[in-house]
Ligand binder design. Structure first.
Ligand SMILES: Cc1cc2nc3c(=O)[nH]c(=O)nc-3n(C[C@H](O)[C@H](O)[C@H](O)COP(=O)(O)OP(=O)(O)OC[C@H]3O[C@@H](n4cnc5c(N)ncnc54)[C@H](O)[C@@H]3O)c2cc1C
Length: 382
């Protein structure tokens, strides 16, 4: 087994790292402060192909593998967790699902634009009573001649502030939970969509999260994939998304530890840099070890996805391990910087807030443990 990037993957990571350092990082604090969706940065990312990393070149993407995508997200997240999260939603949950399940006409209409930066996508699954229990969809798609009438409310829809199109999930067969959900491609400018106030959140501020109320008619042409198979499609997309959120978490954790290392080398206490104290060194050692272990799980899951293997358990393991390692890394960085980190506006303070979302969105840590346990119990071994 080869545990290193190929020269092409390494070169891609280097180029995205340069973009993230020079273009994204200088904007990170202002994005966090204002909470405004960074449309200009997302468009700059599009110029580097970051809106269609794994999408085939024929549809306007870069046609790269999942490991390349994961290391790109990790590099962007080191600069801004918000920009990385926006790209994950757009790539993993929208463009990849459209490429996977969409019909040629739907791809003609949306995929090329989405992959090349002409449009931003959103993924509307969560509802007030359907978060972890995502099959409990209350948004209804009632059958009418030639299509469906959609009514209901979606919450926390990332990118919704600027998205041109959303994949919206709705119940087509009440009582059947995951067996009776259908996915629809819905243009965001359609009459009958009310975007309510942007969510003001603890971290990943500027993600453009909005609640959406639907009361509109869609045609049969807007069904994405098969009728009643939308929940399965959502779970397929979320598996890729979890690998990408693992990569996002790694980037946040690495950024926090980089701050801690720089501080520890210069901050003097009792006549020497605090980096000389074993108490500080052990925090850095533990964080480095946990992040590296999580990176291996993330790369393994990405590689398995590239080889089209089953990744349900692997993606959940990667997300669980990386989000918890990054959370602990940000916590340790805060401890090492102490009051300098706790000060409002410090980089570590932002990362400390940003990292928390990685244990919540695209399935909470409890949801990941449920998935992993189901896999382990079914296999009868680890
Ligand atoms: C910043 C942000 C961006 C988001 N972006 C999107 C988006 O773009 N699109 C979208 O559709 N959604 C999005 N979400 C929603 C996100 O997916 C949900 O918040 C998440 O799935 C958890 O659902 P919930 O918040 O309703 O928590 P709940 O499901 O209410 O869970 C509450 C608690 O109960 C636990 N719990 C629930 N069931 C069980 C169980 N069976 N066993 C043990 N514990 C359990 C949970 O783990 C959690 O700790 C976003 C959320 C955030 C915070």
């Amino acid at each position: 087994m080869i545990l290193e990037l190929s020269p092409a993957q390494a070169a891609f990571r280097t180029s995205i790292d340069a973009f993230a350092t020079t273009v994204v990082a200088p904007r990170a604090a202002a994005i966090d402060e204002s909470g405004e969706f960074p449309a200009d940065v997302i468009m700059a990312a599009a110029e580097h192909g970051l809106l269609g990393v794994t999408i085939a070149k024929t549809w306007g993407g870069l046609g790269l593998d999942y490991l390349s995508y994961a290391v790109a997200i990790e590099a962007v997240a080191r600069a801004s967790a918000t920009v990385a999260a926006s790209l994950v939603v757009h790539n993993s949950l929208v463009t990849e699902l459209l490429a996977h399940a969409g019909r040629a006409r739907q791809k003609d209409l949306w995929l090329r634009r989405l992959a090349s930066g002409g449009a931003i996508g959103a993924f509307a699954l969560s509802e007030p009573a359907a978060g972890t229990d995502a099959a409990n969809q209350k948004t209804k798609a009632a059958r009418i001649a030639g299509g469906y009438h959609l009514t209901g409310r979606k919450v926390w829809v990332a990118n919704a502030d600027r998205a041109s199109v959303a994949i919206v999930f709705a119940c087509t067969r009440p009582g059947l939970r995951g067996q009776g959900v259908t996915a629809f491609l819905v243009p965001m400018e359609a009459a009958g969509i009310t975007r309510t106030a942007r969510a003001d959140s603890l971290g990943v501020r500027g993600l453009g999260c909005m609640d959406l109320d639907f009361d509109l008619t869609v045609t049969d042409d807007q069904v994405l994939g098969s009728v009643d198979q939308g929940f399965r499609a959502a779970m397929w997309a979320l598996q890729g998304g979890r690998i990408a959120i693992a990569a996002q978490a790694l980037g946040i954790g690495e950024a926090a530890i980089a701050e801690a290392i720089a501080f520890a080398k210069t901050r003097q206490a009792f006549g020497q840099p605090i980096a000389d104290y074993q108490a500080i060194q052990w925090m850095l050692a533990d964080a480095a070890t946990e992040l590296e272990a999580a990176r291996m799980l993330t790369w393994k899951a990405a590689d398995a996805k590239d080889r089209q293997e089953r990744i349900t358990t692997e993606a959940s393991m990667a997300k669980l391990a990386a989000s918890e390692a990054a959370h602990k890394a940000a916590d340790r960085a805060m401890q090492i910087l102490a009051s300098a980190g706790y000060r409002r506006g410090s980089v570590v303070e932002r990362l400390f807030r940003d990292v928390r979302a990685t244990e919540i969105y695209q399935g909470t840590s409890e949801a990941q443990r449920m998935i992993i346990a189901a896999g382990v119990l079914a296999a009868g071994r680890v």
